[in-house]
Design a binder for this molecule. Structure first.
Ligand SMILES: Nc1nc2c(ncn2[C@@H]2O[C@H](COP(=O)(O)OP(=O)(O)OP(=O)(O)O)[C@@H](O)[C@H]2O)c(=O)[nH]1
Ligand SMILES: [Mg+2]
Length: 349
C-alpha cells in the first residue's frame, strides 16, 4: 500500500529528458515497481513508501523534451503540489552515453523557471552506470557537457545502475547523497511560495521607496524669510505639499491595486493547487478501482485454474481406475484361457 509522505520525510522530484530513466530510478528508490518503466510518462505522478526506515515521496514527471514551455510549467507546478510542502531534492536524470546539450538546456530551464533555489537542490543523476568500466567512467566525467552540468547543479553528480542488477547498496548511497543535498539547504524544501516569488507572483514590489531622498532635501531648505504673508518658500512648500499629497494618494491607490492583484493571483494559485489535488485524488481512486478489479480478476482466474486442475486430476484418476479395471479383466481373461487350455489338454490325455 502506498503511504504518501506529507510533512517530514524525503521528497524528491525527478526531471530529465524522455527515456533518461526517471521512472526506473523512482522504482529503484522505492524498491518496487510503482512507475511505468519503458513507457512514456505522460503526467506527473507521486508515489511514496518507506525506504530504509525513511518516508520517501517520489514525483515522476514526463520527459522535458516531450512538452512545450507551457506544458512544462504546468507539469512543474503539478510536481510541486504533489510533493507539498515542496521537494528537498530535484534529481536531474541523464543517461550515460546520451548526454547532450539538451540536458544542459533542462538545467538552464530549471534555473530560469524555478530559479537558483531549485538548482541548489538539484543532483545530477546518471543512469546506466553499469555500461561503463571505471576508466570509461572517468573519461565520461571529464566531458565538457558533464562538467558544465555539474557546475550548474548545486547537488553534484551521482551515478546509478537503475536496472535489474541493482545492488541494495546503490540505493543507500543515493539516499546518502540526497541527504547531503538536504543538509546543504538546511533541510528547507523548495516551496510553492519560493516558486511564486520566483515568478514575481508574491511579495511586495522591490525598490518601492517613493523618492524620499529628494523630498528630504527640499525640506531642509525650508525656513527662508518670515516677514508677513507667505514667503516664496512657503508658497513653494504649499505647492510641494499638494504634489506630495497627490503622490501619496496615488501611491496608496497603486498599493491597493497591487494588493488586489496579488490577492487574485494567490486565489488563482490556490485554485490551481486545489484542482491538481482533486485530479490527483481522482487518479488515485481510479487507480485503486483498477487495482481492485485486477485483483478480483486474478482471484477469479486462480479459482478457475484450480477448478480446471481439480477436474483434470479427477479425469486422470478416472482414467487410471478404468485402466486398472481393464488390466484386471485382461488378466482374468488370460487366466480363463490358460485354464481352458489346461483342461483341454487334460481331456486329450
Ligand atoms: N541498462 C540500463 N537501462 C536502464 C537504466 N535506467 C533505465 N533503463 C531503461 O531505459 C528505458 C527507459 O527508462 P524509463 O525509466 O521509462 O525512462 P523515463 O525517463 O521515465 O522516460 P519517460 O517517461 O518517457 O520520460 C527502460 O527500458 C529502462 O529499463 C539503467 O540504469 N541501466
Ligand atoms: Mg517515465
Amino acid at each position: 500500500m502506498v503511504t504518501p509522505a506529507r510533512g517530514p520525510g524525503l521528497r524528491v522530484v525527478l526531471l530529465g529528458r524522455a527515456g533518461a530513466g526517471k521512472s526506473t530510478t523512482g522504482n529503484t528508490l522505492l524498491g518496487r515497481e510503482r512507475f511505468q518503466e519503458g513507457r512514456a510518462t505522460l503526467q506527473s505522478v507521486m508515489e511514496g513508501g518507506e525506504v530504509e526506515g525513511r518516508t520517501v515521496t517520489v514525483v515522476d514527471t514526463p520527459g522535458t523534451n516531450t512538452l512545450d514551455k507551457e506544458g512544462l510549467r504546468e507539469e512543474m507546478e503539478r510536481a510541486l503540489v504533489l510533493s507539498s510542502p515542496g521537494p528537498q531534492v530535484f534529481l536531474l536524470v541523464v543517461r550515460v552515453g546520451g548526454v547532450t546539450q539538451e540536458d544542459v538546456g533542462v538545467s538552464r530551464w530549471i534555473q530560469e523557471t524555478l530559479g537558483e533555489q531549485a538548482l541548489r537542490r538539484t543532483l545530477l543523476l546518471v543512469t546506466g552506470r553499469e555500461k561503463l568500466t571505471r576508466r570509461q567512467w572517468e573519461e565520461f566525467e571529464k566531458q565538457e557537457v558533464i562538467r558544465g552540468l555539474v557546475r550548474l547543479c548545486g547537488g553534484g553528480l551521482h551515478a546509478v545502475n537503475s536496472k535489474a542488477e541493482i545492488h541494495p547498496g546503490h540505493v543507500t548511497k543515493l539516499l546518502e547523497k540526497m541527504e547531503q543535498v538536504v543538509e546543504q539547504n538546511a533541510g528547507q524544501p523548495y516551496t510553492w511560495d519560493t516558486y511564486l516569488q520566483r515568478r514575481g507572483l508574491r511579495g511586495g514590489r522591490k525598490g518601492q521607496g517613493g523618492g524620499g531622498g529628494a523630498e528630504g532635501g527640499w525640506r531642509t531648505q525650508g525656513g527662508g524669510e518670515r516677514r508677513g504673508g507667505k514667503t516664496g518658500y512657503e508658497v513653494e512648500g504649499q505647492k510641494q505639499k499638494e504634489v506630495e499629497g497627490k503622490r501619496n494618494g496615488h501611491n496608496v491607490e497603486e498599493k491597493r491595486i497591487e494588493k488586489e492583484k496579488q490577492m487574485r493571483r494567490e486565489e488563482e494559485s490556490r485554485r490551481l493547487q486545489e484542482e491538481m489535488r482533486r485530479e490527483e485524488e481522482s487518479r488515485k481512486t481510479a487507480e485503486k478501482r483498477r487495482e481492485e478489479s485486477r485483483r478480483k480478476e486474478e482471484m477469479r482466474r486462480r479459482e478457475e485454474e484450480s477448478r480446471r486442475q481439480q477436474e483434470e486430476k479427477r479425469r486422470e484418476e478416472e482414467e487410471k481406475r478404468k485402466r486398472k479395471e481393464e488390466m484386471r479383466e485382461e488378466k482374468n481373461r488370460k487366466a480363463e484361457i490358460k485354464k481352458k487350455k489346461a483342461e483341454e489338454k487334460q481331456t486329450a490325455i
